[in-house]
Ligand binder design. Structure first.
Ligand SMILES: C[S@@+](CC[C@H](N)C(=O)[O-])C[C@H]1O[C@@H](n2cnc3c(N)ncnc32)[C@H](O)[C@@H]1O
Length: 215
């Protein structure tokens, strides 16, 4: 696929191609989700918000780790919302999982609603990041956590598809950005590296997660 088209599909998977991209992401981002789930330490009755969930194949893992939580997802791709609803019909029917097709720049939730926010491979698309981070901060409870999963700039900047639509960060830059929005870093983990077949190439990448607390 043309790198420019791939880049815009990664930002907002759309149509039949978007659905295929969703499946590719399930494979290429499995390791990053594993790392994120290890860092979450989900507590009974937690209210979790996941932003940019893609096709949502990973949602059952939240409930395997902690059955007594409630998860809300927000993704602005209509096609990903539909895929995620179809892939999680039982969880949606039980109302343990609620999915919204919305933009993070304007979240349809009251202040101080969630214990944990999760965003994997989404931070690159917050442009400019300020409005999105302000909204996420608003909907987290005081002391709530925000887990960001991402690929650091040095590990992906050579990939053609990251040259458009993506804002890439190193850990210290993300930490400084989040600090400006009243988030304090509490944990950082990096695991390298997994093979990712994208752009018709096989590359080694670095999975990184940063966990922040709302101050
Ligand atoms: C690269 S995919 C990542 C999907 C999944 N989290 C993963 O890591 O495999 C980015 C996802 O975030 C969604 N997204 C990007 N920017 C968004 C925004 N501002 N508001 C809501 N969803 C957004 C896209 O529609 C897409 O499903």
């Amino acid at each position: 696929m043309d790198p420019i088209e791939l880049s815009s599909q990664l930002r907002k998977p759309t149509g039949e191609t978007g659905k295929e991209i969703g499946k590719v992401l399930n494979e290429s981002n499995r390791g990053l989700y594993e790392l994120a789930f290890e860092m979450m330490s989900l507590q009974k009755d937690d209210q979790v918000l996941e932003i940019g969930f893609g096709n949502g194949m990973h949602f059952p893992e939240y409930f395997r780790l902690q059955p007594r939580i409630s998860v809300t997802g927000v993704d602005f791709s209509m096609d990903m919302c539909e895929e995620a609803k179809a892939n999680n019909a039982d969880l949606v029917a039980s109302e343990k999982l609620t999915l919204h097709c919305e933009e993070t720049s304007s979240l349809p939730f009251p202040d101080n609603r969630f214990d944990l926010g999760v965003a994997l491979n989404v931070i690159y698309f917050f442009d400019p990041p300020e409005i999105h981070l302000k909204e996420i901060h608003r909907v987290l409870k005081p002391g709530g956590l925000f887990l960001i999963g991402y690929r650091p700039r040095h590990s992906v900047e050579h990939l053609e598809f990251t040259k458009k639509n993506f804002i890439l960060y190193e850990a210290d830059e993300l930490t400084a950005l989040l600090k400006k929005h009243n988030f304090k870093k509490v944990e950082a983990e990096t695991r390298s590296s997994q093979k990712m077949a994208m752009d018709d190439t096989e590359v080694r990448v670095t999975d990184s997660c940063l966990l922040f607390r709302k101050t």
